[in-house]
Design a protein around this ligand. Structure first.
Ligand SMILES: NC(=O)c1ccc[n+]([C@@H]2O[C@H](COP(=O)([O-])OP(=O)(O)OC[C@H]3O[C@@H](n4cnc5c(N)ncnc54)[C@H](OP(=O)(O)O)[C@@H]3O)[C@@H](O)[C@H]2O)c1
Length: 282
């Protein structure tokens, strides 16, 4: 029985949806954010003094690593030790399908983080989602869509089985509150692999106007990301993932959502229909 769950990244794409789901199930939730208030719990990876108070009395943790940090293990290591000390029994890590790509490989920050969680001596479950559908409506692809009716990637004609963040949250909610998921690594995907151009077409239909995918080179993407202020090592991680997708490695489709939650994964067109207001101009 899981009484209290600490959700890190509780204002983010998956965390926000996980908080709603757990709350609806009657689970006590601590919604962690650097900006407290509105029922949130103060938590900042860069301020270790916020960790122990957030962990006190917690049974299970949804772990979202610090944003834009290639290797977060110097922060997550002490946090995991503190969690175990505080009596936390379960940890569900939001990782990425990217750790399985040969060009990321063993030794990446995310790979080290997975190993740290697996060695934490708490029951662990690792989620490895592919690209989120919500990147188009809540994430890094949205500004281009709104400003230019287009978004740029280095994925070429590579496909991704875009996964709805709500489906990731649904899998996480089960793993956090039910037995039978300790020691599992779940590749969480949507039901159908689509190229970014196909995704653009579906988004355009939902938005009622033309939305284009502009393929760019890996070098151009690197310049763009570094220009936006991303640290160079994190930009290299993102570009490496897009290279792997262009090479056909991101197109895998799994049955994890259906297997774990008992309902099918959300088709991209259903997501797009729901998200359409995000693409309204102005
Ligand atoms: N987007 C994808 O397609 C994708 C695919 C696979 C895996 N992932 C993984 O999913 C994770 C989340 O990525 P996302 O882009 O979707 O971000 P997100 O969860 O939408 O947003 C980041 C969250 O992290 C919190 N945060 C940022 N810096 C923090 C800090 N220093 N201390 C505490 N909390 C902090 C933010 O909360 P506050 O601002 O409220 O503090 C926010 O809730 C990443 O680890 C990423 O590698 C993403």
């Amino acid at each position: 029985m899981t009484d209290t769950v600490l959700v890190l990244g509780a204002t983010g794409k998956t965390g926000r949806r996980l908080v709603s789901r757990l709350t609806a199930q009657g689970v006590a939730v601590r919604a962690a954010s650097r900006k407290p208030g509105e029922g949130r719990t103060l938590f900042d990876w860069d301020r270790p003094e916020t960790h122990a108070p957030a962990l006190a009395g917690v049974d299970a943790v949804y772990l979202v690593a610090p944003d834009l940090v290639e290797d977060p293990t110097a922060m997550t290591g002490p946090f995991l030790a503190a969690a175990r000390l505080a009596g936390v029994k379960r940890v569900v890590l939001l990782s990425s399908m990217g750790v399985t790509f040969p060009n990321e490989g063993p030794g990446s920050g995310r790979d080290k983080l997975e190993r740290q969680v697996m060695a934490s001596r708490m029951d662990w479950t690792v989620l490895r989602p592919g690209g989120f559908s919500q990147n188009f409506s809540e994430g890094f692809l949205l500004p281009g869509i709104l400003q230019a009716g287009a978004f740029a990637t280095a994925t070429g004609d590579g496909a991704v089985a875009f996964v709805d963040a709500d489906d990731i949250a649904a899998v996480a909610a089960v793993a956090l509150t039910q037995d039978g998921h300790a020691g599992a690594t779940y590749e969480v995907t949507g039901p159908q692999a689509l190229t970014f151009s196909q995704a653009a077409e579906i988004i355009g239909q939902a938005a009622g106007r033309t939305i284009a995918h502009r393929p760019i080179s890996s070098e151009a993407l690197t310049d763009l990301l570094v220009g936006f202020g991303l640290p160079r090592d994190y930009a290299a991680l993102v570009v490496g993932n897009q290279d792997a997708i262009r090479d056909g490695l991101g197109a895998r489709v799994s049955d994890v959502v259906a297997r774990v939650t008992g309902r099918p994964a959300t088709p991209f067109a259903d997501y797009a229909a729901r998200a359409a207001p995000a693409w309204a101009r102005g």
